[in-house]
Design a protein around this ligand. Structure first.
Ligand code: DHK
Length: 156
């Protein structure tokens, strides 16, 4: 077991994700944000990790939570939602946090309108999980923890 264990995972959700289950079910499915949290909690338990789960419709609130992650998280899994395509502030906060980031989107943003194809996060993230529904959160968490473990394993 590494000295950093249990890993602390922060799962962040941006605007309108509190409307999951009600909004555009053909794109986002019928599950609610509470279902996403249950799924993430189960995945965290399986990984032996701690989970913090946060959603806001406000850019500044997300920036402040990311700033806090510098102190209280080892990994950030983020669905910035619409801010993916607009927010330099969230990008800058993620860079300042100096934690590995995995980006996740429930829908496949690359199959959607052209303005959704660009992400301000993807080039600073370990990777991006898109289009796999809410299961993508679990895949993103697992990928992030695998990265952290491999970093520990490669340290002399
Ligand atoms: C969620 C949103 O709210 C959109 O603004 C993004 C993302 C896509 C998702 O697929 O999870 O463009």
């Amino acid at each position: 077991m590494s000295p950093s264990k249990p890993w602390r995972i922060l799962v962040l959700n941006g605007p309108n994700l509190n409307m999951l289950g009600k909004r555009e079910a053909s794109l986002y499915g019928h599950e609610t944000l509470a279902d996403v949290e249950v799924l993430c909690a189960a995945k965290a338990a399986q990984l032996g990790a701690q989970l913090a789960f946060y959603q806001s419709n406000y850019e500044g609130a997300l920036v402040e939570r990311i700033q806090q992650a510098r102190e209280d998280a080892d990994l950030i899994v983020i669905n910035p939602a619409a801010y993916t395509h607009t927010s330099v502030a969230i990008r800058d906060a993620l860079l300042a946090a100096e934690k590995p980031v995995v980006e996740i989107h429930i829908s496949n943003i690359h199959k959607r309108e052209p303005f959704r194809h660009h992400s301000y996060v993807s080039d600073i993230a370990l990777g991006q999980v898109v289009g796999l529904g809410i299961r993508g959160y679990a895949y993103a968490m697992e990928a992030g923890i695998t990265h952290l473990e491999s970093q520990v394993a490669s340290k002399p």
